[in-house]
Design a protein around this ligand. Structure first.
Ligand SMILES: NC(=O)c1ccc[n+]([C@@H]2O[C@H](COP(=O)([O-])OP(=O)(O)OC[C@H]3O[C@@H](n4cnc5c(N)ncnc54)[C@H](O)[C@@H]3O)[C@@H](O)[C@H]2O)c1
Length: 275
């Protein structure tokens, strides 16, 4: 599918933009005509993304650093405002990680602080850094990355899902506050992405891939491009009258339901078989 030039001449900042969903977004944004200002903590992955984008004739600047660190946000701001005389059209707050999980009674202050830092705090910090530019311009689009688990319960990830519900609420309220300034704020809620964080093999856990047709209504895992297309829609004028919403990008898993306790009382399953 050819990428439409929906962001021609625009400057777009993407956090965690080297690999996975963010990597798909950066590459698709560049193909759609944007100059991408790509942050990532992994220098090698950032260099690979840069090579891909430039190889395809796109424009990119990379800022390597941990987005949880305020100094990285400062450098990202400096790099982005350097690109086109201070203009920034799109901000994608993509970084997040579900892996440090714990049963709630085993979780502690360190876990809560860690989840806050990787899920929500940098979203506040980046938004605070770039929003004044968008307000000044009288236009801009922010796209946040949440998860279906902001809407559907997930055992062992209570704190993660709480902070991701925070992203959904932040998206909604910020949209109301800044709509009058021409700034739209939306989010996606992914599930089932075949990425470094959740590789297909790990999600399958040895199961027959034919199980996918029972597990996911659309019968397959998501490719980073599946998520990037929706982010591109939300970032572009194609969604000019859309703000404050979170779109599930999940092959239909949220619609299909959630987690179920196993009949034998040992843990949970979201698979249709009863192992
Ligand atoms: N994979 C899924 O199915 C899924 C489901 C729900 C939500 N999400 C959300 O989507 C987002 C992206 O997920 P993904 O699966 O593409 O992840 P991923 O781990 O595959 O890729 C994340 C990218 O961000 C970079 N990154 C990680 N921590 C960073 C940090 N502190 N600072 C800067 N860069 C950092 C990584 O190097 C990598 O390039 C996350 O917010 C995640 O919670 C993913």
């Amino acid at each position: 599918m050819e990428t439409p030039r929906l962001l021609d001449g625009q400057v777009a900042v993407v956090t965690g933009g080297a690999a996975g969903i963010g990597g798909g977004v950066s590459r698709m944004f560049a193909a759609s005509g944007a100059t991408v200002v790509l942050n990532d903590v992994d220098a090698e992955l950032a260099a690979a993304a840069r090579a891909d984008i430039e190889g395809a004739g796109g424009a990119v600047t990379t800022v390597v650093g941990d987005i949880r660190d305020p100094e990285t946000v400062d450098r990202l701001h400096a790099a982005a405002t350097d690109v086109a005389g201070g203009r920034v059209d799109v901000l994608v707050n993509n970084v997040g990680d579900f892996r440090p999980n714990a049963w709630f009674l085993d979780s502690d202050q360190e876990h809560w602080d860690g989840q806050y830092a990787i899920t929500l705090e940098h979203v506040f910090r980046c938004t605070k850094a770039f929003l004044p530019i968008m307000v000044e311009q009288g236009r801009g689009a922010i796209v946040n990355n949440s998860t279906v688990e902001a809407f559907r319960g997930i055992p062992r990830n209570t704190v993660y899902s709480a902070f991701n519900a925070g992203i959904v609420a932040f998206t909604r309220s910020l949209a109301v506050e800044f709509g009058r300034h021409g700034v739209r704020v939306n989010a996606i809620a992914p599930d089932m992405a075949d990425t470094l964080q959740t590789p297909a093999e790990w999600m399958l856990g040895g199961r027959d891939p034919a199980m996918l047709r029972c597990w996911i209504p659309l019968g397959r895992f998501g490719d980073p491009q599946d998520y990037a297309r929706v982010v591109l829609f939300l970032a572009s004028e194609m969604s000019a009258f859309v703000t404050g919403v979170t779109i599930p990008v999940d092959g239909g898993t949220l619609a299909a339901g959630g987690w179920y306790g196993r009949e034998n009382g040992r843990g949970f399953t979201n698979f249709p078989e009863h192992p």
